[in-house]
Design a protein around this ligand. Sequence first.
Ligand SMILES: [Mn+2]
Length: 464
Amino acid sequence: MRNVIVTQSVSHATLLMQAIGAPPADLLFVVESVELERYLKRKGCGVVRGSLRSREIYRQVLPAQLLVISLRDVRRLRGVLEAVGRERGDTPVLVLSVPPLETLPVDPAAYPWAFFVPVASQFQAAVKTDMRLARARVRVRRLREVVGDNTRALILLQDDPDPDGIASGLALRTLLGRNRSSMPMASFGKVTRPENIAMLKVLDIEIREIGPEDLASWDRVVMVDVQPPHLRRPLPRVDAVVDHHPAQTSYDARYIDVRNHYGATATILLEYLRAEGIKVNERLATAMLYAIRTDTLLLDRPVTDADIEAFTYLYARANINWIRKIERPALPRETLVSFAEGLRTARIEDKVLFSHLGPVMREDIVPQLADFCLQVEGVDWSAVSGVFENELIISVRNVGFVQKAGTAVKSAYAEFGSAGGHRSMAKAVLPLVRLPLPPGPELYRLLEDRLLGVLRGASPSGNG
Ligand SMILES: [Mn+2]
């Protein structure tokens, strides 16, 4: 069966032939004008000419795989739909409407078998993207001028680089045609989150740890996903900044592109790449997709059309298995022993599960066990501790419909170190030297009582 197209003008017919992409011989046009008939026949299409409102003409061309109606004069639409419906009401019909649907002289609801699409809004969305890309082109030219071709250039990320910073750095390097030796990525700190460490490993990305004094040996410094005032240590100078955090004014750079309404810096960099027609390979797409996912909490935070579009664009090119590997960093086998011991000695009081792992090889096993323990029957809260590098880490989780975890952990433990978090997950990092007792049953009991006290509505013991 062929696709049948009902149309009145050469321009609509030409656009539809391109959009459908089928060989002309597979298309059958229904037209009224002799000129249009002649034109389409010259192109090699099938053509039936007659009144668009006569049932007779649809008897000749139906059944069809799809009947597309695209009229320049929408006043004729009702007549066409009535004739098609009366002839074969089971024909799949696509109505492409240039005017907005609400201005059509027919009510789409009266033709439930037809699918109405306002072409203008689709075209608008495409044009909006192209407008952004056209603007990006000029920006990229300026950025290239600032960085220069044969300069020693450095990409500076935040103090604890996150996926958006890392991916943006990688994208910038691709944009400028540089590589890891001609434009390395660096940070004044180091990557600490296990997922981010896994990202570097899975995608083979290198980040150098440097100090502000090292900047003197670079001709150009470009910052991505961060602005100078965000760093713990002052920056002697910066040449270019691309970021999406609220704009800071206390610094100067020759190139600044800060767009606070964007969900991720990677979205801005993707515009640069697309504007330049630069191919985004699997590795880069994976990094950038992961960046947008984490910075927007899976598009759960405020995002722009640009972020959603970037997400879709990257999703088609990224390697989802790599993302899975990044999100679930492999636990060393020895961890199982810690886990087993932690579970064996776990204690539940007032729907709160407590478990203490003692010294751990990796900090991230503490929150992982806390996540796991929340699944235990009758448990609304889990609090798991572990000792890592002279600090006691406590991860607290709850099922979400109870008190805020962040607030509870803060009232219970802020006295001994840093403590806080969100509604359903929180963390305390307590330096051992600030705790009243060394890690052991007595300390654990004290810490458990403080959290229980807060959850029961009492102020933590020791604060009166
Ligand atoms: Mn970011």
